[in-house]
Design a protein around this ligand. Structure first.
Ligand code: KG4
Ligand code: ZN
Length: 338
């Protein structure tokens, strides 16, 4: 059975195609992504109206490319992200998906974006055992308890303020590094000293929620540090600031994620979302998982950021689990939770 997945929750128009085999395994046939990120750079963040218009222009060509790559005329199932995400952006992808599903006469599945960040891993590493997922991106920072793909997901905790990627983007702007900040900061951090500045680790006190996160205090601490340099006329040691900031983020994320595995009683940790592409997060997660006897699963960098393959993967797992298709009247929900 061939499943097409359409992603349009933010600034990536993604169309993925997977095959669900009779033994339940899911393999990737095509993964085409068109990004409007270049159009948002001069605004320092994603502009929803621009993203929606870019999706409108990209959706049909991206679908055609994916069908050609997979070598098929039409899929057996169409799945599309219905939330969470930007309202107008979600509408473009889901409306296109519903229209094609109706025209082709195939079932439609409305997909939760957060669940699809988890399901993408199965394309590279096979069936997912019971696990904890750390979902870290520009819009979300969450610890999730996964029993199996296709079953409801339990949210263990989330951020009380900024998402991890949002903190990266804001700190990059503060240092004048441009948008999106994650990849640039990551690269710069590798040339700095992670112990140069003692930035705070949010939500790690004995009375703080074990599975919640907070990054706004860290962002403010970086801003204060930069202001102090400017006041005293010292040059800002940008590489050391980047390295110390990155260490604080990676330290909290990986400490809490590995601890959540022990709390829940699972021995697999899955990373997902754009920030899972971060070199220090990956390195520290490997170190701490090895020490705790936890298996670490991380999708390749390309599949960590938003794409259509992740939507197709969750769609295929829902079909395999016997889930009913969504009615074509199903609404998009910008605030959808897991
Ligand atoms: O998952 P994603 O593509 O889109 C959302 O759903 O938000 O994640 C984008 C976020 C951005 O905030 C970007 O700065 C961050 O992921 N990011 C990184 C890295 N690559 C992307 N953050 C830290 N280090 C990276 N290497
Ligand atoms: Zn995402």
């Amino acid at each position: 059975m061939i499943v097409m997945g359409i992603e349009s929750s933010c600034d990536e128009t993604g169309v993925g195609i997977v095959e669900l085999r009779p033994d339940g395994t899911v393999t990737l046939l095509a993964d085409e992504v068109a990004s409007s990120v270049d159009q948002h750079v001069r605004f320092g963040g994603v502009v929803p109206e621009i993203a929606s218009r870019a999706h409108l222009e990209a959706i049909v060509p991206t679908m055609r490319r994916a069908l050609a790559t997979a070598g098929i005329a039409k899929p057996d199932v169409v799945a599309a992200t219905i939330g969470p995400g930007l309202a107008g952006a979600l509408l473009v992808g889901s409306a296109a998906a519903k229209a094609y599903a109706a025209a082709w006469g195939v079932p439609f599945y409305g997909i939760n974006h957060l669940g699809s960040h988890v399901a993408v891993d199965a394309l590279e590493h096979g069936p997912l055992p019971a696990s904890v997922a750390l979902l870290i991106s520009g819009g979300h920072t969450q610890l999730l308890h996964i029993r199996s793909l296709g079953e409801p997901i339990e949210e263990l905790g989330t951020t009380v303020d900024d998402a991890a990627g949002e903190a990266y983007d804001k700190v990059a702007r503060l240092l004048g590094l441009g948008y999106p900040g994650g990849p640039v900061l990551d690269k710069l951090a590798r040339t700095g000293d992670p112990r140069a500045i003692a930035f705070p680790r949010g939500m790690t006190g004995p009375r703080d929620a074990r599975h919640a996160f907070s990054f706004s205090g860290l962002k403010t601490a970086v801003a204060r540090y930069v202001e102090k340099c400017e006041r005293t006329g010292e040059p800002v040691p940008t590489a050391d600031v980047a390295a110390s900031f990155q260490e604080a983020v990676a330290d909290v994320l990986t400490m809490k994620a590995v601890r959540a595995c022990t709390d829940v009683g699972v021995s697999t940790l899955l990373l997902g979302g754009g920030v899972a592409a971060n070199s220090r997060v990956r390195e520290l997660a490997e170190e701490r998982c090895a020490a705790a006897g936890v298996e670490l699963r991380v999708p390749s960098r390309r599949l960590c950021t938003d794409n259509g393959a992740m939507v197709a993967s969750l769609g295929a797992h829902l079909v395999a689990a016997g889930a009913q298709p969504s009615p074509l009247t199903v609404a998009t929900d910008p605030g959808l939770s897991v």
